[in-house]
Design a protein around this ligand. Sequence first.
Ligand code: NAP
Length: 280
Amino acid sequence: MNRFYRLGLIGYPLGHSRSPALHQGFLAACGLQGEYRLYEVAPDADLRPLLTDLRLHRLHGLNVTIPHKQRVLPLLDRLTPTAQAIAAVNTLWADEKGLLWGDNTDAPGFYHDLVACFGAWARRPRHALILGAGGAARAVVFALLRAGWQVTISARRAEQAQALARHLSGTGTTAPAVLPWEARGQTTAALIVNATPLGMAPHTETTPWPPDTPFPPLAHVYDLVYNPPETHLLRQAREAGVPAANGWGMLVAQAALAFRRWTGCTPPEPSLQDRAPCVI
Ligand code: NAP
């Protein structure tokens, strides 16, 4: 009998999540039956009933987003090496023994899309400035360090940037550096990544890049925000002639990796290409 895949997302709030549409598309593209539901779980509410459903295979896969990516860690039995290093998960499943596993597909999803957008340029490790030091920044910093990049982190709370730099200090060949938030416009980094919500709807007028500040020579910009498709930061980049990409491709790539983990099927390329084009 063919399995009916019961998949879903735990987070709060989830009002505008694109994940159900993405995963329904993957199910259809792979010829599988199933559903992807949203489970709104308040920040201090009990996650264990949903995890029990996963353990007993009444659910077959869960994504996890804000505010539970780190909160769920003590409730899991096993972490993949990537999830262990980042200390945050976005993908959960149970093995045949009923052990609960957690993985982080944001990191490989980000790197996959960086290369998809910027090609050979992105394959050569350089210096990157990451703006923000929250959950998504952890995955981005990890992915770049693992790929041999030199990384600097800048966040409005210096102590948060320093804690992230310390946490991932052994990941790459060089430990991440920290730049004061006020000095971010003076960076010489080749890649600037926005891992803050600045620019995200409804606050579309905001940007993490100081106004009227030139980008470093030959810079590239990657904005994890994808709603709106052209954020204020991407408009600044376009007007300066700087190659830039939004985070839609990362969202699709991390979802595809989670879907493959749950079902064994890699969504075919046409569904992976369903993204706003990179501006190069
Ligand atoms: P998070 O854990 O809440 O971290 C957000 C970071 O941005 C923190 O360092 C936060 O600092 C900082 N920040 C928030 N508001 C700011 C402001 N007004 N000025 C300066 N810094 C500010 O969130 P996250 O999970 O890392 O997500 C960050 C963004 O990435 C969100 O927009 C999210 O939608 C996006 N994202 C995209 C993908 C994708 O697949 N494309 C995946 C994950 C996340 P404080 O702690 O001081 O507030």
